[in-house]
Ligand binder design. Structure first.
Ligand code: UD2
Ligand code: MN
Length: 573
């Protein structure tokens, strides 16, 4: 593997050309293909390295290349607010295009220096923390598919400028078959100034998981550190991570991922006290939650590393040999998703530890949508998740399959991955749930599950759940039999829930609210004989409006067919 990879080292000596070559620079600005200048000498085999002098590098007038101007937009991690309506029609177009191409505000990013400073109000205790003085070095691997120029460069510079030289072995930029022009020769020329930066090109679109594997295959550092291509590392980000690995190479560590606003590029530093850890739900989606009670108790300081059941996926450091021992990632994972849980489960189940280190901070631009193309005709994320469930979830995989209505489709061959788990002699998923993530609600403990149907109208209780969904009314929707937003669990405590979200009635509308476990407005009673769903506190019953458009709460009435509900599956005890 990796033999055909083209690792492109910077060609020629580091050289920064200060004089603006207008023509070349304009081409970069417009992201047009670069043309050979007519005066260029014919290629001389064997001597090409010396002839190919960078023609473009830095335009001192372009704000992104400025350094040390504390009055510049975005310095100190501050927000850059662009009033779109005040822009000229041309600029407005640029602004819109930036958002379209990236799903973040490229226009704002292009006003900010790629060397910008970040907030200085960091946790006091982190400033005096001491680390091992013989830390291992790291390769920083950044995979990208069509990343914006200023954003990609800011990622690289934040690593170059904030990682002690002896700890940074190299930066490997893995280009996952981008087609934006600036990712081609301009990127090569620019990076040629920095001998530590290598560019590895994929010959076809691999997706981020295989791209990461190819990066790992060429990396030379003792530790591998992965970052997304829209990050900014804070001063002192790497030492706390490497320190944990130095102490125990089976410890895998994540920095605190600070939010860089997708619109203003404001950097939100998150204090140690607010550190969250990673979890997941039975749709196999990653989520964040507070540090569980038992871990809070065992920690003496907020800045102490904290164990995390899962990782978000994009930003972490791992001992290279340990990553290999764990069988890296499933190379059958395509494009995006699932790999973070695969690695997380594997680390815990096969004897390692996964931690978040509150003194290490890296910002990441969180986006609301994915700006790039996925594969057509296949649900990549679902396929990845099924591979993951088959190999690591044991009998618990059924809970995920119920969510996707048992429609597995073709998920490819997983025999190699099963063999890997066997060879590593990993513990069971039950062990993982009992010991590492006991907070997780397990559907098996519920009395009823599946869709909740009103037979008179064939409509089902339907709602999306999740952090952004709170306080939205629950609606009726024609039953679709696909699980998803119509999949509910009726818990022993009388909750109608999906993962951490509960159906809640506080006297107004029936809403989705985070489960609080205190019964109250989230307690319901159901009897398969009456088929009624009665809210304990208000004594009212859930009712479908006559036109089937709304869910109501009404006085219970045994003869009312609009108050009858059927769970797909009811477990008589
Ligand atoms: C999160 C992770 C991301 C990854 C993903 C699940 C964080 C902050 N981010 O999604 O790293 O674990 O969950 O898979 O934890 N890319 C490619 N080729 C592709 C698609 C993406 O190289 O085909 C690159 C992309 O340019 C980016 C990285 O992979 O640098 C992650 O993609 P994303 O930023 O769209 O994912 P994100 O942050 O929503
Ligand atoms: Mn990302």
């Amino acid at each position: 593997v990796g033999g055909r990879d083209r690792v492109i080292q910077g060609f020629g000596p580091p050289m920064v050309r200060e004089n603006r070559d207008n023509e070349a620079q304009e081409q970069i600005d417009n992201q047009l293909p670069r043309q050979e200048p007519s005066v260029r000498q014919p290629k001389d085999e064997g001597n090409e390295m010396n002839l190919a002098k960078p023609r473009f590098i830095v335009d001192p007038n372009d704000p992104i290349y400025k350094k040390g101007d504390t009055t510049q937009a975005g310095e100190g991690g501050k927000a850059v607010k662009v009033d779109k309506n005040a822009l000229s029609p041309e600029e407005k177009q640029k602004y819109d295009k930036g958002f379209q191409n990236n799903a973040f505000n490229q226009y704002a990013s292009d006003m900010i220096s790629i060397h910008r400073t970040l907030p200085s109000n960091i946790d006091q205790e982190c400033k005096t923390e001491k680390y091992h003085d013989d830390l291992p070095d790291t390769s920083v691997i950044v995979c990208f598919h069509n990343e914006a120029w200023s954003v990609l460069l800011r990622t690289v510079h934040s690593v170059l400028e904030r990682t002690p030289d002896k700890l940074l072995n190299e930066i490997v930029l893995v280009d996952d078959f981008s087609d934006m022009e600036h990712t081609k020769s301009p990127l090569e020329e620019y990076m040629s100034q920095f001998p530590k930066v290598k560019i590895l090109r994929m010959e076809k679109r691999e997706g981020l998981i295989r791209a990461r594997l190819r990066g790992a295959a060429v990396a030379k550092g003792k530790v591998l550190t992965y970052l997304d291509s829209h990050c900014e590392c804070m001063e002192g980000w790497i030492e706390p991570l490497l320190d944990r690995i130095k102490r125990d190479p089976t410890t895998v560590v994540c920095p605190v991922i600070d939010v860089i606003d997708d619109n203003t590029f404001e950097y939100h530093y998150s204090k140690a006290y607010f550190t969250n850890v990673g979890g997941f739900d039975w749709s196999l989606q990653f989520n964040w939650h507070g540090i569980p009670e038992r871990d809070r108790k065992s920690r003496s300081r907020a800045i102490d590393p904290v164990r995390s059941p899962t990782m978000a996926g994009g930003l972490f450091s791992i001992d290279r040999a340990y990553f290999e021992k764990l069988g890296t990632y499933d190379p059958g994972f395509d494009i995006w998703g699932g790999e973070n849980l695969e690695l997380s489960f594997k680390i815990w189940m096969c004897g390692g530890t996964l931690e978040i280190v509150p003194c290490s901070h890296v910002g990441h631009v969180f986006r609301k949508r994915s700006p790039y193309k996925w594969r057509t005709g296949v649900n990549v994320l679902k396929r990845n998740s099924i591979r993951l469930a088959e190999v690591w979830l044991d009998e618990y995989k059924q809970y995920y399959y119920e969510r996707i209505n048992n429609q597995l489709g073709d998920f490819g061959d997983i025999s190699e991955r099963k063999k890997l788990r066997e060879n590593l002699q990993c513990k069971s998923f039950k062990w993982y749930l009992d010991n590492i993530f006991p907070e997780l609600f397990v559907p098996g403990e519920s009395i009823a599950k599946g869709e909740i149907r009103n037979p008179a109208t064939d409509k089902c209780v339907d709602s999306a759940v999740g952090e952004d969904i709170e306080n939205k009314p629950v609606g009726p929707y024609p039953c679709h039999g696909q699980g998803g937003n119509q999949y509910w669990m009726f818990s022993k405590d009388g909750e109608i829930r999906r993962d951490e979200s509960c159906v809640d009635y506080a006297g107004q509308e029936v809403m989705i609210f985070p489960c609080h476990g205190m019964k109250g407005n989230q307690e319901w009673r159901y009897s398969p004989d009456t088929s009624r769903l009665q809210h304990t506190v208000s004594q009212k019953c859930l009712e479908m409006s006559k036109d089937g458009a709304k869910l109501l709460m009404s006085p219970c009435d045994a003869s009312n067919q609009f108050q009858k509900w059927r769970f797909k599956e009811y477990n008589q005890e």
